[in-house]
Design a protein around this ligand. Sequence first.
Ligand SMILES: NC(=O)c1ccc[n+]([C@@H]2O[C@H](COP(=O)([O-])OP(=O)(O)OC[C@H]3O[C@@H](n4cnc5c(N)ncnc54)[C@H](OP(=O)(O)O)[C@@H]3O)[C@@H](O)[C@H]2O)c1
Length: 360
Amino acid sequence: MLALDSYVTLGRSGLRVSPLTLGTMTFGEDWGWGADPETSHQLLSTYLDAGGNAIDTANIYTNGHSERIVGDFLAARPGLRDRLVLGTKFFGNLHLGDPNGGGAGRKALIEQCEQSLRRLRTEYLDLLWLHNWDRGTPIEETLRALDDLVRDGKVRYLGFSDVPAWVASEAQTIAHFRGWSPVVALQLEYSLLERTVEGALIPMAQAHGMGVMPWSPLKNGHLSGKYRRDGAVPEDAKRAAMISGTSEAEWAVIDELNAVADELGAAPAAVAIAWVVSRPGVASTLLGARTPEQLRVNLTALDVTLDNAQRARLDAVSAPELDFPAQYNEHAAILQFAGATVDGVAHPANPPLADNLARY
Ligand SMILES: NC(=O)c1ccc[n+]([C@@H]2O[C@H](COP(=O)([O-])OP(=O)(O)OC[C@H]3O[C@@H](n4cnc5c(N)ncnc54)[C@H](OP(=O)(O)O)[C@@H]3O)[C@@H](O)[C@H]2O)c1
């Protein structure tokens, strides 16, 4: 059984993080669906008391309020900050109308980092994330400015979030050959209802030493078990508006998830998170919760063990349509190694090579 103090190293780095990281996008009420500061502090205490060590925020979350809430919590607990892995993100513009207020240019990102440090009331960040791809800034500029922040002692490790696979792999290759700080982690949307990252991003992350940190493992609560086919939605489901028009294919995933959860006597949310935690390439999964009770349920994901049959059922019902050439190449690989066993996988669908030779 996993526990929050069964730490994993994040990507190709020596940074140890819990298998579940506490997300703080629900901290603050400016976006209409979050928790007040007091409840947010209870969420932090619940997670830390359970043994967790990693906190994720962003400059843009509730327009800076999420970072302030975390900063106030840390300031009231001297000695705690250094024991935590504290990460935030830059990119989102908090200065309406200023074109350099956000994005990933040198001027913009250094200033955003300084502002985050002030709101978080800390001298350094353990992880600084590029929140989104800035297609208007050369990636070398972003990397070099980030490397300066690392050399200045303001940042320990770097991560990328929501960038195309080719951008992250180009960046990592440049950083490697220039001796700049590498990208050690990748944040991606990943859940039973969003698996397209399996095509290019996750294999890229594995090849380049980036630990995957999945976000929205419950797809905004869609996989929590509280959304039902009859359309009834609990009154306090604040993010219900973000979930509209559930397709038949999505209901099939939710039905199978609920069935597996019933068999295990576990909460659907816990099973959905357990499935993400156990996927290849995943280092630490981001939890979203608005109440301490939701968080306690989500933390039970580490108690869930899926057997092979249950895993196969969830895998099959949620199987994604991947972009070319992911699916094509699975088929092409079978042809290429016709009849052979490669990496322990036999391809019985094809005739042995000798048969082919006899035929032509
Ligand atoms: N890098 C990025 O671009 C990015 C994007 C998004 C998120 N993130 C990070 O990932 C973290 C997690 O993402 P997320 O908040 O979208 O996660 P999520 O788990 O998919 O959704 C969380 C929401 O689901 C509902 N919920 C959670 N646990 C529940 C439970 N046990 N029972 C019933 N409902 C439950 C709550 O909504 P209700 O209020 O409706 O109950 C909660 O706000 C964020 O905090 C943030 O740190 C990163």
